[in-house]
Design a protein around this ligand. Structure first.
Ligand SMILES: N[C@@H](CCC(=O)N[C@@H](CS)C(=O)NCC(=O)O)C(=O)O
Length: 212
């Protein structure tokens, strides 16, 4: 049985949704980021990078959201969450890479600005500039989703689950964006996601409010 190391509302929410989507049995293990449990010796034995998510499949452990999403989808091909057509697959990988390598780091510069500077004024500047960059990227995501209905158009994929995470961060206290007002395409996408039972289960299990 697969085991997902997660923290409520973190990027681990995307594999959590995906595990629900494929319908197999899985276990959750909560890592308390607020108290620094990701840095504990016990967790570092699972993921030496000190981050969630980590996915254990027996003794075998995988990290990095895009890799985990693809692995879950590949282990459950009947669920159809990863497109195998070369061009559709490339588009799905394009979304995941952009989201995890560019969109998420913009948020991290706001959430964890003290990791990027030491002078208090510089830290404030990193956070303020990061928020501006995040806003521009959130706009770019909104435009790329367009009318959807999903990231890849008509086909639902693991990329949609990852989009749910950043929509949720957009409305949260760190960014505090007006998601419905400023990002209407993305909010319509989040509402479509909220109608999926797998998304409802994952949000409920993590104690998160569904997109409305
Ligand atoms: N590149 C990693 C990023 C993982 C990551 O940064 N996870 C965050 C939660 S979304 C985390 O564990 N943060 C704890 C920390 O920064 O100490 C991935 O895609 O899985």
């Amino acid at each position: 049985m697969m085991k997902l190391y997660y923290s409520p509302g973190a990027c681990s929410l995307a594999p959590h949704i995906t595990l629900e989507e494929v319908g197999g049995r899985f276990e959750l293990s909560r890592v308390d980021l607020a108290s620094g449990q990701q840095n504990s010796a016990e967790y570092l034995r699972i993921n030496p990078k000190a981050r969630v998510p980590a996915l254990a499949d027996g003794e075998w452990v995988l990290t990095e959201v895009p890799a985990i999403l693809r692995y879950i989808a590949a282990r459950h091909p009947a669920a159809g969450l990863w497109p195998w057509d070369p061009r559709e697959e490339a588009r799905c990988a394009e979304w995941l890479n952009w989201l995890s390598s560019t969109v998420q780091p913009a948020f991290v510069h706001v959430r964890r600005a003290a990791r990027f500077a030491s002078d208090p004024r510089a830290i404030d500047d990193v956070a303020a500039t990061g928020k501006k960059n995040a806003y521009d990227l959130w706009k770019a995501v909104d435009a790329k989703i367009g009318a959807g209905p999903w990231a890849l158009g008509e086909r639902y994929s693991v990329a949609d689950a990852l989009l749910a995470v950043y929509w949720h961060w957009g409305r949260g206290p760190v960014l505090g964006f007006d998601m419905a007002g400023d990002f209407p395409n993305w909010t319509a996408h989040a509402r479509r996601l909220a109608a999926r039972p797998a998304v409802q289960k994952a949000f409920a299990a993590e104690g998160l409010q569904l997109p409305t």
